[in-house]
Design a protein around this ligand. Structure first.
Ligand SMILES: Nc1nc2c(ncn2[C@@H]2O[C@H](COP(=O)(O)OP(=O)(O)OP(=O)(O)O)[C@@H](O)[C@H]2O)c(=O)[nH]1
Ligand SMILES: [Mg+2]
Ligand SMILES: [Zn+2]
Length: 286
């Protein structure tokens, strides 16, 4: 029996790194351990003779999109253009990442394509004011300190297809030669070039390339979890009239007041209301 971590999952085949060697396990009957499907990031016990995973260690966190677990830091990658900056997905991911106790870092890409600088700067500065670390990249300039961020951590690149996740990794290490492709001009979105999750060793840590996705569900999150995961809403909660305020239409809500005053980004509050409705609707189905 050997212990290791799953570093790659591709068409049902898992690559496990033990620290010394890589073992490839194929799916088999006993594979589904207690109804859990192994994921990249999992610490596992492997039977080297049968090439099967016999145990999955408890996870410290677990993401549905991208499919990965035991993450220390998530780089939320968003292009400012091609595809257009998707604030619904950014707010959604930030909430989910906060809920999972993972550090979120925002990477804005394709700055070279930016036309509406004023609008972008306002958005960027708002997220920076919340305390999120922000990196900006363009075709010619990779933010060098991204590599320092990875040190000894398990990091993941998450975002839509075509925003430049694989390009970012190729710029960090040109030897990787990860496949990239131009976005579809007709549809204005990426072509889902990356098809699997893989941990890539960088600066004594891992940075995972992952397939792009357009949206992700809130799964087991409740509305109160959501309100706590919008960090500026949570920090103002004490000033709302009710300590259980969900900032929807309660009287004396500080968050609503700050949205009206322009101190909270309107799009962020609008997305919050959309997410609240989404969570409520999903509960009605059961
Ligand atoms: N102009 C410009 N183009 C970029 C930049 N970064 C990436 N691209 C281009 O965007 C396209 C998509 O890049 P990818 O790296 O394949 O995107 P991805 O996020 O890995 O996409 P999926 O694997 O489908 O999820 C490619 O044609 C890249 O050359 C940038 O900073 N500026
Ligand atoms: Mg890719
Ligand atoms: Zn409130």
């Amino acid at each position: 029996m050997k212990e290791g971590q799953i570093i790659k999952s591709i068409s049902g085949e898992y690559t496990i790194f033990t620290g010394e060697e890589k073992i490839v396990c194929k799916p088999r009957g006993i594979f589904r351990y207690k109804g859990m499907t192994p994921k990249v990031g999992d610490y596992v016990l492997v039977n080297d003779d049968t090439k099967s995973i016999v145990e999955i260690k408890p996870r410290k966190n677990d993401l549905i999109r991208p499919v990965i677990c035991n993450v220390d830091k998530a780089f939320l990658v968003f292009s400012v253009k091609e595809p257009d900056l998707n604030l619904n997905l950014l707010d959604r991911l930030l909430a989910i990442i906060e809920f999972n106790n993972i550090e979120a870092v925002i990477v804005f890409t394709k700055l070279d394509l930016l036309t509406d600088c004023e609008k972008y700067t306002k958005i960027r500065d708002y997220y920076a004011s919340l305390g999120y670390k922000i990196y900006e990249s363009s075709i010619s300039a990779l933010p060098a300190d991204i590599v320092d961020e990875v040190k000894s951590n398990l990091c993941v690149l998450a975002g839509q297809s075509g925003v430049g996740k694989s390009t970012l990794l190729n710029n960090i290490d040109p030897r990787l030669k990860l496949k990239t492709s131009e976005i579809s001009q007709a549809l204005g979105r990426g072509k889902h070039t990356t098809r699997h999750v893989e941990l890539i060793e960088i600066n004594s840590g891992y940075l995972a390339d992952t397939p792009g996705f357009g949206t992700v569900d809130f799964c087991d999150m409740e509305v109160s979890d959501l309100s706590h995961s919008f960090i500026e809403f949570f920090s103002h909660l004490g000033k709302c009239k009710y300590s259980t305020c969900l900032h929807i239409n309660e009287p004396g809500c500080e968050v609503k007041k700050l949205v009206e005053d322009g101190a909270i980004l309107k799009s962020r509050y609008d997305n919050y209301l959309l997410f609240v409705k989404e969570i409520k609707d999903s509960k009605k189905k059961y």
